[in-house]
Design a protein around this ligand. Structure first.
Ligand code: NAD
Ligand code: TYD
Length: 347
């Protein structure tokens, strides 16, 4: 079947974007993908090795704030899936400016291009995060994030993503554009930049280094395999209702201490490898997702996230892809890591 639809994907050289490219090329012969990525520190063309030669895929190195480039690519597309972002909370605490440049101004630049698209606007899927909802208490396990909650972002990262959510809402209301927003929980899987907790801890252990656990280790995250997230984004792209928000989550809540113990056990390491360190400022206590709307309306359910098998196969991926993460962990990353942990005292 020849492709019938061209998707402009932003941020396709990052963790989720590259997994989206692989999944879409493998499972969706009807789609052609244009990947627009600025190749910031977390964008890496090695994440696309082996699939970048597919005739249905093309890459454009550029910034989502480059209005003429964005307009040209939007004009060629039948839909936009917008994932490009500055994505790491700790970096946003050190310096929030790049987050507002990419996540707010970049989103606005894309929305304007879609509004002005030759031939009329097309569907725009904004990939947001559950972090826009703020934090849930540990002592109320029955509470979960649902789509009707107000946005109460607590980190500069979350604030920049929430601004993107509000822009999408505003463009839908004001210009009647076909915009759908997704809010997903924490992802895990291959090709995740090793500043995020799972690949950081796994690769530290492979280097025989300790793992820096923030605060009391009791903060809770809801973990979802990246391919489950990408399938949900495809379902929203195909069948989501214009103007709606869809939560995406794995119903897989784990404290950071539990997660750390599972990683240690998968790698045959002991608890002496845990290094408690000072907490992250403004550290959200608990994220938990009510994903019943996307299940009910679009029939999406996670199929790859069951624990501990999914975590163990992710650990194995990093063990087997030594040269990928060693290259990523060298160079500019080293400076970030040194700065980050110089400011985070052991406790
Ligand atoms: P990532 O940091 O691995 O990748 C981000 C990509 O965006 C990189 O390839 C980078 O080069 C590109 N990029 C950044 N600024 C750009 C710009 N100005 N122009 C063009 N490209 C630019 O992030 P990720 O974890 O893959 O996250 C992707 C998206 O999913 C983000 O929007 C993030 O907010 C959202 N999200 C992530 C998670 C998660 O657990 N990782 C969960 C929910 C939502
Ligand atoms: P992270 O992977 O940065 O994702 P997010 O902040 O978007 O949830 O962190 C996940 C959890 O792990 C979060 O509660 C902070 C914690 N964490 C540590 O304990 N140590 C670390 O070195 C990092 C990076 C995170």
């Amino acid at each position: 079947m020849p492709p019938t639809k061209t998707i402009l994907l932003t941020g396709g050289a990052g963790f989720i974007g590259s997994n989206f490219v692989r999944l879409a090329l493998r499972t969706r012969p009807d789609l052609r993908l244009i990947n627009l990525d600025a190749l910031t520190y977390s964008g890496n063309l090695e994440n696309l090795a082996g699939v970048d030669t597919d005739a249905r895929y093309s890459f454009h190195h550029g910034d989502i704030n480059d209005a003429p480039l964005v307009q040209r690519l939007v004009n060629e597309a039948d839909a936009v899936v917008h994932m490009a972002a500055e994505s790491h909370v700790d970096r946003s605490i050190m310096d929030s400016r790049p987050f507002f440049q990419a996540n707010v101004m970049g989103t606005q630049c894309l929305l304007d291009a879609v509004r002005r698209r030759k031939g009329g606007p097309v569907r725009f899927v904004y990939v947001s995060t559950d972090e826009v909802y703020g934090s849930l208490p540990l002592n109320r396990p029955e509470l979960k994030f649902h789509e009707g909650l107000p946005l109460v972002a607590n980190s500069p990262y979350a604030a920049s993503k929430a601004a993107g959510d509000l822009l999408c809402r505003a463009y839908h209301e004001t210009f009647h554009m076909d915009i759908v927003t997704t809010r997903c929980s924490n992802n895990f899987g291959p090709f995740q930049f090793p500043e995020k907790v799972i690949p950081l801890f796994v690769t530290n252990l492979l280097e025989n280094k300790k793992v820096p656990l923030y605060g009391d280790g009791l903060n809770v995250r809801d973990w979802l395999h990246v391919e489950d997230h990408c399938e949900a984004v495809l379902a929203v792209l195909d069948r989501g209702r214009p103007g709606e928000v869809y939560n995406i989550g794995g119903d897989n809540e784990r404290s950071n201490l539990e997660l750390t113990r599972s990683i240690l056990s998968a790698m045959g390491k002991g608890e002496e490898m845990i290094q408690p360190v000072a907490d992250r400022p403004g550290h959200d206590r608990r994220y938990a997702i009510d994903a019943s709307k996307i299940a009910r309306e679009l029939g999406w359910k996670p199929t790859r996230s069951s624990w501990p098998a999914a975590l163990e196969s992710t650990v194995r991926w990093y063990v087997d892809n030594d040269s990928w993460w060693r290259r990523v962990k060298s160079g500019a990353y080293r400076e970030y890591y040194a700065r980050q942990y110089a400011s985070r005292a052991a406790v």
